[in-house]
Design a protein around this ligand. Structure first.
Ligand code: 6R9
Length: 649
């Protein structure tokens, strides 16, 4: 390998690393040769009530589909995350809470205290009639109660469905209705960057929408103390229901394949999918990847800046770190409040050693120059991680050189809500990095690249990324719609799991993710289905039709570009443009706010009526010379008028 941009593992890091180069090659080979032996051994890292004897039972062929790991094992995830640490780590900090406002004190919650808080809420939930298999929706800010609520559900075998605090009532309602959730846990308000988020009011609005009658109880955490309307007997204060509850609660005995949680994510159709993860395989996989990829040590202070509303928060703030007995920092705030040094100041304040964030945050902070970083020490850091979207080499280098002072390996971790945990990433003591590449597969992971016809491509290649075999953390189904699960992931390329990502493999076998190849756009690391935004737009009475595409955006990675056709007789105007943009924001949430909205007298369609998004993408990118073949369009002149208008925008 002679690339100038190869970053070998720093010697000092390699010397003390958990997994070194020769270990990686040996363990990877073994994990592929004998996955049963490999994953049977790894499974021992979690606490089982009954140890599994059957390790994997997997077939990706839709005709005989099976996807089961550790199927005769029994466990409760919270025993691994809490109880087993009490004897040896009872006083160790499990969660270190840093509030939005730096003037407010940080809180340290020990494993003993977290165990007690989880048990009290678990008992309260049982008293409220929540049983094994019931779904509980969690709509909370980044406060300790979010982790407590997830674990309390897991304690009693209830399935949690966390809804990101940035979603609007319509999105909350859809996620409640889809899984017929019985109980919602929310807070009066959230705080982000000095602003308040009306969480309880959003839940109230959501519960007025159709399909949400399943909800019997709303628990409200008093967080900011802001005034909220309590509707009796539905609404209950969290403090009141846990009052007097015992600090012990028998963990429900769960089969390894019993559901642990549902998490909704955007796909290429309008309705978000309820990604279902089960208990045993997921816990084994997230705890193992967390330890290996972050080279975890007993005294690390680990900080992942994701929100618990996303899979990264589930796997790498709550389940992975706690199963490993780590200290995880939970941050309520944002990178630029009170100022753009906030991340680095929190690192110094809490002596953070492992830091995991998203490229969009890195790019935004990079734009502020080096000074806000350089005025902090960051000596405590020993590793930096990235997740959520491809990291451009320039941002990678700034992260490595400026944030990490050239000392800390960077792990660019590729994975998805569906994969449960990290699948492609450098192991920091074993694998030399190349800026922009997620590098090599984790143990047991078999990535491959296929062309559009499904032919497997060997060696250096570019195409679609598939996985040839299962790993324990793989999603098991789409909640309530197993057919959709099979259709979405296993039909395009028989025998393979299709990721939806494009990818290139270089001469060293390194993987370079090139982005989504389906109708999903990745805005600041958040997945948004173009169809979801289109559905929101056409709800507006003045909109006849809408088409939404992604376009390259300096900070967000991708931005949202909407083409809108108005109903006959409606005139476009600047006010209407603003109104429609605000409308989407109110329907879905701020993350789905269109960056551009272009009026389209009509949309380019094939003769069979399909919108040609490829063409709309090129127009949005301002690359009208790359429109390609437009001969299959029903009316090619439509394109010309859109290009003309784009020029004057
Ligand atoms: C964990 C998470 C998944 C999609 C995925 C891909 C993109 C995530 C990436 C990355 C390049 C990385 N993605 N990590 N692309 N390099 N290191 O983000 O899950 O929200 O489901 O998004 O994000 O496109 O398919 P999720």
């Amino acid at each position: 390998m002679s690339q100038p941009d190869l970053h070998p593992v720093p010697d000092a890091f390699a010397a003390a690393a958990r997994i070194r180069r020769e270990d990686y090659e040996r363990l990877y080979a073994e994990s592929i040769r004998d996955p049963d032996a490999f994953w049977g051994r790894v499974a021992q890292r979690v606490e089982w009530m009954r140890a599994p004897t059957r390790i994997r039972n997997v077939n990706f062929d839709p005709a005989d589909f099976r996807l089961r790991w550790y199927e005769d094992g029994e466990l409760n995830a919270t025993v691994s995350c809490l109880d087993r640490h009490l004897a040896t780590r009872g006083d160790k900090t499990a969660l270190l809470f840093e509030p939005d406002d730096p003037a407010q004190p940080a809180q340290r919650i020990s494993y003993r205290e977290l165990h007690a808080r989880v048990c009290r809420l678990a008992n309260a939930l049982r008293n409220l009639g929540v049983r094994k298999g019931d779904v509980v929706t969690i709509y909370l800010p980044m406060i300790p109660e979010a982790a407590v609520a997830m674990l309390a559900c897991a304690r009693i075998g209830a399935i949690h469905s966390v809804v990101f605090g940035g979603f609007a009532p319509h999105s909350i309602a859809g996620r409640i209705a889809d899984c017929a959730s019985k109980l919602v846990i929310t807070a009066d308000e959230g705080r982000r960057g000095g602003k308040k988020v009306p969480l309880k009011a959003n839940v109230d609005a959501a519960l007025k929408l159709p399909g949400t009658q399943s909800v019997e109880t709303v628990l409200v955490v008093r967080h900011t103390g802001g005034a909220v309307a309590m509707q009796m007997p539905r609404d209950r204060w969290y403090d009141a229901v846990i009052e007097g509850q015992p600090e012990q609660c028998d963990p429900e005995r769960m089969n390894a394949e019993d559901p642990l949680f549902v998490l909704y994510t955007s796909g290429s159709t309008g309705k978000p999918k309820g990604v279902l993860h089960t208990t045993g395989g997921y816990l084994v996989f997230v705890s193992y990847t967390h330890e290996a990829v972050f080279d975890l040590r007993e005294d690390d202070v680990y900080w992942c800046t994701a929100d618990v509303g996303w899979v990264t928060g589930h796997s790498y703030i709550v389940y992975g770190p706690l199963a490993n007995g780590a200290t995880a920092l939970l941050f309520e705030g944002v990178p630029n409040y009170p100022d753009v040094s906030r991340f680095w100041e929190v690192i110094d304040k809490h002596q953070v050693t492992l830091f995991y964030t998203a490229p969009t945050a890195i790019r935004a902070l990079m734009r502020e120059g080096d000074a806000p970083v350089k005025r902090t020490s960051r000596r405590s850091l020993r590793l930096l991680g990235s997740v959520g979207e491809p990291i451009n080499p320039e941002a990678w280098r700034w992260y490595f050189d400026v944030v990490g002072d050239g000392r800390c390996p960077v792990v660019d971790t590729w994975w998805q809500t569906e994969t449960g945990g990290i699948l492609i990433s450098p192991l920091p003591g074993a694998i030399a990095a190349k800026p922009g590449s997620a590098t090599l597969p984790f143990f047991g992971v078999r990535p491959a690249i296929v062309d559009a016809e499904g032919n497997l491509l060997e060696g250096e290649a570019e195409g679609n990324l598939v996985l040839l075999d299962s790993w324990p953390g793989q999603m098991r189904t789409v909640y309530g719609d197993h057919e959709r699960f099979i259709d979405t992931y296993f039909r395009a390329y028989p025998g393979c799991y299709f990721t939806g990502d494009g990818c290139r493999r270089d001469a060293d076998g390194y993987y370079w993710i090139t982005g989504r190849v389906d109708d999903v756009i990745n805005v600041s690391g958040h997945r948004i289905g173009t169809a979801e935004v289109e559905s929101a737009l056409v709800l507006h009475p003045k909109v006849a039709e809408a088409a939404v595409v992604g376009f390259p955006h300096d900070l967000k990675g991708q931005g949202i570009y909407a083409y809108v056709t108005l109903v006959a007789g409606e005139a476009d105007s600047e006010e209407l443009r603003k109104e429609l943009i605000a409308y989407v924001r109110n329907e879905i949430g701020p993350i789905a706010t269109p960056d551009h909205l272009q009026w389209a007298p009509s949309l380019p369609k094939t003769r069979s009526g399909k919108i040609m998004r490829r063409i709309l993408r090129k127009i949005a990118e301002n690359a009208p010379d790359q429109l390609g073949d437009t001969s299959t369009l029903a009316d090619p002149s439509v394109v010309e008028s859109l290009v003309q208008q784009r020029r004057v925008m």
